[in-house]
Design a protein around this ligand. Sequence first.
Ligand code: ZN
Length: 333
Amino acid sequence: MPLIGFDEIVGQKHIIDIMRSSLRDARVSHAYIFDGPSGVGKRTAARAYAGALLCAEPRENGPCGLCAVCVQLASNNCMDLYEVDIEERRIVIDQIRNLQSDIIKRPLYSERKVYIINNAETMTGEAQNALLKTLENPPGYVVLILVTSNYDALYPTIKSRTVRYSFRRNSRDEVKLILDKKLGPNFPHRDFLEAYADGAAGAALDMSMVEGLPEANEEIINVIFLLKKGGVSQIIKAYQFFEKHKEVYPVISKMMRFAFRDLLNARIGGAEGELINNDKKDIILRNAPDFSTASLLNCIDAIDESERALNSNTNFELMIKVMLLKMQEEMSQ
Ligand SMILES: [Zn+2]
């Protein structure tokens, strides 16, 4: 875990303020839940708070960066910090038992020991029950931080013994700031990534790392126009695109929704319509009048249906071809 100051967290001021005052007044709870949507900075905040709690002389911005503990934190080698994360899609009881056998050992370098449980919602029932025993009677030096994007998945008995910090979606400006910081000011496809973030900068950062994605976003509009021409052969051609990006279908599906939303906005608002794919404004404006509003809305419905079908384990090829056929029928009317 690198050393993280509070100034690295964009937004979430309501939480940073509470963290700061808790450090100032030395009013620290034994257990916290950091909850909120994925990709809004919960884990980063948990690490910043952990650093400040462990540091010998925390400052307004969190850890001092100079003391022995901070040096350890900066080199990813702090014995008083313990992180738990998913193994094989879950957090199982053995991981909590390991944590518990560590908890009974006193801190080595700090006044405290901090335990971060990431993706806490994936704890099995057994794991949650085991953790409960620790929450009922933790040693005085322990601070536990449960990080989750699904608060409801945690047992009420766990919730009642923790202090909850709820993280909010990032504003559009915050997303911009985070992407600029992490990807540099001239990163490609920025309009698309900003829109894709939808209030969670982390989602866009993940997206920026998917291979071949910019090209896929270029192609998607052409796939739609191809389908509109009608005919089975176009469906087969269009399907190849989806087969190629099968592993990242949720991303592709979101792109497709954006493309139809852009066509719809151009159809309704003309040149004034606000587009996500601003770089393709010309081609979208030129083609939008060929689509009816109803057909565009129905195509978006077809995408929603395909997502539901995919979640219920329907055959991928069948699901996509059914969707493409529906779209084609809509667009050719
Ligand atoms: Zn320090």
